[in-house]
Structures are given as structure tokens and as C-alpha cells.
Design a protein around this ligand. Structure first.
Ligand SMILES: [Zn+2]
Length: 455
């Protein structure tokens, strides 16, 4: 089954950063089989039976890659804002997760997140959460690619009894999905403050044995660095290097508090970074020095983090903020330029996840994960530099069509395979359930105080 995608600009993100004006590509099944000018493609493939997507005012580009998220947390979007990370986690998120986390919660939440991401031009996301089968089922039902890692911790949660149980689950998940067309398993030890050295090294061994990436939170807050110095006598990145954790593909989310020596280590060991600027700003965690990382050759991608700390899954919004914040903190407007930004959204993110042979650019032989954007909008005209238009002027609502593995998943902004209203109604149902439970809790506390002090 073939299809043709055409546009005013075909942005390849290949090694030469080639942009083909009035370009087109041909998809056969799940792969790109030809890229050329629309005229040439028409000459070669002109048959009435091949559907043509896109138009003369469209930009065609690789699907965006969200390198760090906890997708199901969309169901907790906006439940507790304006708090520091540890208070937010301990007083709100962890108690709620303790109560509501289940297969159904994760499936319904991830479905909603997948729909939001697809509509925002995201064709792959890197998730760390619990009930990984539910995440995988949601991603497959919504037809989006997902790198999925069982969250590994040293303590019990509703999804596991402790590190050995999580590690067993991680192994089972890898075996089940190692050859899937939409799912790429990973191993996801949560962080150095929730995993012992033993847990971290066991996670690494599994990742190396099966050739899958490791996904970890690293140096997200200054607290984490202080604790690491107290406990291990060194900063987090150095600690992981010393224990021999950096082997294979490692994706470090956040990496806000890293010094020059640590950036050097990350560069030398090929550690990828997921830059989550909105989550870091909102929780006042700090600002990752990505301009310096990029200069040192660290593979930097963008991540939204969970929607409870963002509060959306919108990489175009994220990249615009990321670029401007780096210019602001460095006093240098030339850092993180528009081309660098496009790479962070696509090919560098693929490299950070070890998936650059499949996704991240539009090239013959690669999987057809392609996004079209309608440029015929007042806020997108005129166009002098298409990268600039996409990074600084475009919004995710300008995305029109989204193809994943060659399938037309979103056409004219609508999902082609699922009932969008049903998903939204499900999330409203969850919010009502969570709100009712919160009210009950307040009532119980009130009754308890009444019984103690009045009766
Ligand atoms: Zn996170």
C-alpha cells in the first residue's frame, strides 16, 4: 500500500540538513521508499490508485520525539500546581498514585496522552511509568510509537513489591515486545535517590543483555546533588560513572544541575539528555545548561515530562521556550539556534534513544513517521526561513496530518482510528472519581477533628 506526501518544504533533517522545495516522498507500507521533487515523483508514480496527502502550502517533516514523559499522568493534569518538587510529589502525586494507580488508570490516561501527542505532531514518546502492558496497549491502539520502561524503585507501589519484582516485570516486558513495530522496551530505574547501587547495576545489566536503552531521572534538583555528595561523596553524574552505570544507551532526563566535568563525562560516554524546560521552570528545579551541552556534543532531545508538571504535552511550545531561556541565561542570542532546535525535536532525540536508524529524519529506508503542517496561516507568513517559522511562529494546532509507520493516523487534525470524544469522556469520569475521593477525605478529616475536639 503506497501513499505520497507533498509540500512546499520537505524538511529531511538528514546529515546535510537538506530541504527540498516543492518536495514529496513516497511511502510503501511502513517505510519511505523515495524522496524527490513533487514533479519527479508524479512523473514516476502517477497512478490514480496512490493517495496524495499534503498540499502546496504544507511543510513536511519528521515526527517529533518526546524523550521524557509519564503519559498516564495526564489524568492528574492541574490537580496540584505551584509547589516545589518534593512537596508536590510527597503531598499530592504519590498519595494519589498510591490510591488510583491501576491497569485501567494507566490505559485510559495513556490513551488521552497519545491522542494529545499525536495531534501535536509527536510520533514517538519515551515513557517511564507502571503497568507497562497498559501503556503498550494504549500506544498500539492509538497508533503511536513508544519507548516504554517499567519504573524501577527500591520501595513498594501498587504496581510492584520492590526492586526484584520491578526488574522481573522489566524482563517480561522486554521479552514480550522486543520485536514489536510500535513498542520499544527500555529499562527505567527511577533515579539515584530511589534506587540503590545494586538496583541500578542490575537494571544496567538487563539493558546491556537485551540491547535496550536505559531511562533515568538525573540531577533534576539541587537537593539531589547535595544528597549525593553527602551520601556518596560525589555529584550524581560522577557517581553513576564511578559505579560503571554508563554503558550502552543511557537517556538522562532533566540533567539540570550538572557541572563542566559532568557534561564532559556525559559527552564521553554518549549519554543522551532529555531537556524538560517547562517542568523544570514550573517546579523551580532550575535550568539545564543545554547550550553548553550542545557545544560539548551531548545528544540533547526535548521532553515534556508528565502533564501533572507541565501541564501539556506540546513540544513546539517547549522548544520555543527552551531556545529563548538559553539565550536569556547565557546572554548570547546565537546559542540554540533554529536548526539546533529542529534537531532536538527530531534526529538528536532519536540518537539519544538509540533509534536513529529507524526514525528522526526523512530518508529512504527509514520508517515513515511524518508530520505535515499547514503554512497558509496569518501567523506563519511570510516565510524567509522555514526552521524559524516552525520554531518561533508555529503552534501545534498548525499540524494537519500525522503518519506513523506509514499509516495516516491523524488527518486534518482528527484521529482516524478511534473515537476522540469517548477518550475525553473517560478522562472526565476519572476526574470526577478523583475529586469525589478528595472530598471524602476532607469530610473524614473534619469528622475526625470533630470527634476529638467536640465530643
Ligand atoms: Zn519525570
Amino acid at each position: 500500500m503506497k501513499s505520497i506526501l507533498r509540500g512546499r518544504y520537505l524538511i529531511t533533517m538528514n546529515e546535510n540538513d537538506e530541504i527540498i522545495e516543492n518536495g514529496a516522498l513516497v511511502i510503501d507500507d511502513d517505510r519511505i521508499i523515495e524522496i524527490n521533487t513533487f514533479q519527479e515523483i508524479l512523473k514516476k508514480y502517477k497512478t490514480a490508485s496512490i493517495p496524495i496527502y499534503g498540499h502546496s502550502d504544507a511543510a513536511i517533516m519528521p515526527g517529533f520525539i518526546n524523550t521524557h514523559t509519564h503519559a498516564a499522568m495526564v489524568l492528574l493534569r492541574g490537580i496540584a500546581d505551584d509547589l516545589p518538587l518534593y512537596q508536590w510529589l510527597r503531598e499530592h502525586i504519590w498519595p494519589l498514585e498510591g490510591k488510583f494507580l491501576s491497569k485501567e488508570f494507566v490505559y485510559d490516561g495513556t490513551c488521552l496522552a497519545c491522542l494529545e501527542m499525536l495531534k501535536n505532531g509527536i510520533t514517538t514518546f519515551n515513557d517511564m511509568y507502571f503497568f507497562t502492558d497498559s501503556i503498550a496497549n494504549a500506544a498500539k491502539d492509538l497508533k503511536i510509537k513508544a519507548v516504554i520502561g517499567q519504573g524501577i524503585l527500591d520501595f513498594e507501589t501498587p504496581s510492584g513489591r520492590g526492586p526484584d519484582d520491578y526488574l522481573t516485570k522489566a524482563l517480561e516486558f522486554i521479552n514480550k515486545y522486543k520485536n514489536d513495530e510500535f513498542i520499544f522496551p527500555s529499562v527505567a530505574p527511577h533515579s539515584i535517590y530511589t534506587c540503590s547501587k545494586d538496583t541500578l547495576l542490575k537494571s544496567k545489566e538487563i539493558a546491556l543483555k537485551f540491547g535496550v536503552p536505559i531511562h533515568i531521572h538525573l540531577s533534576e534538583t539541587f537537593n539531589e546533588v547535595e544528597d549525593s555528595i553527602k551520601k556518596y561523596g560525589m555529584r550524581p553524574v560522577k557517581y553513576l560513572k564511578e559505579i560503571g552505570f554508563f554503558e550502552g544507551t543511557v537517556l538522562a532526563a532533566h540533567s539540570v544541575w550538572v557541572d563542566e566535568e559532568e557534561i564532559e563525562i556525559m559527552s564521553n560516554f554518549g549519554v543522551g539528555v532529555s531537556h524538560c524546560i517547562e517542568s523544570n521552570l514550573k517546579l523551580s528545579s532550575g535550568i539545564a545548561p543545554i547550550a553548553r551541552m550542545v557545544k560539548k556534543g551531548v545528544k540533547v532531545g526535548l521532553g515534556t515530562d508528565g502533564a501533572a508538571s507541565n501541564n501539556n504535552l506540546d513540544l513546539l511550545e517547549e522548544i520555543s521556550i527552551a531556545a529563548k531561556v538559553q539565550k536569556g541565561i547565557t546572554g548570547d542570542p546565537t546559542v540554540v539556534d533554529v536548526k539546533t532546535c529542529m534537531k532536538m525535536l527530531t534526529i538528536w532525540a532519536a540518537k539519544a534513544l538509540g533509534l536513529e536508524n529507524y526514525i528522526g529524519s526523512l530518508e529512504v529506508g527509514k520508517k515513515a513517521d511524518v508530520v505535515t503542517m499547514n503554512l497558509r496561516k496569518p501567523h506563519l507568513q511570510p516565510i524567509y526561513d522555514i526552521y524559524s517559522t516552525i520554531i518561533y511562529s508555529a503552534k501545534s494546532s498548525d499540524i494537519e496530518d500525522v503518519f506513523v509507520n506509514g499509516k495516516p493516523v491523524i488527518i486534518n487534525g482528527r484521529h482516524q482510528f478511534i473515537d476522540e470524544d469517548e477518550l475525553i469522556n473517560k478522562s472526565i469520569w476519572w476526574a470526577e472519581k478523583i475529586k469525589a475521593d478528595n472530598k471524602n477525605l476532607i469530610l473524614k478529616i473534619f469528622l475526625f477533628l470533630y470527634l476529638i475536639f467536640i465530643v
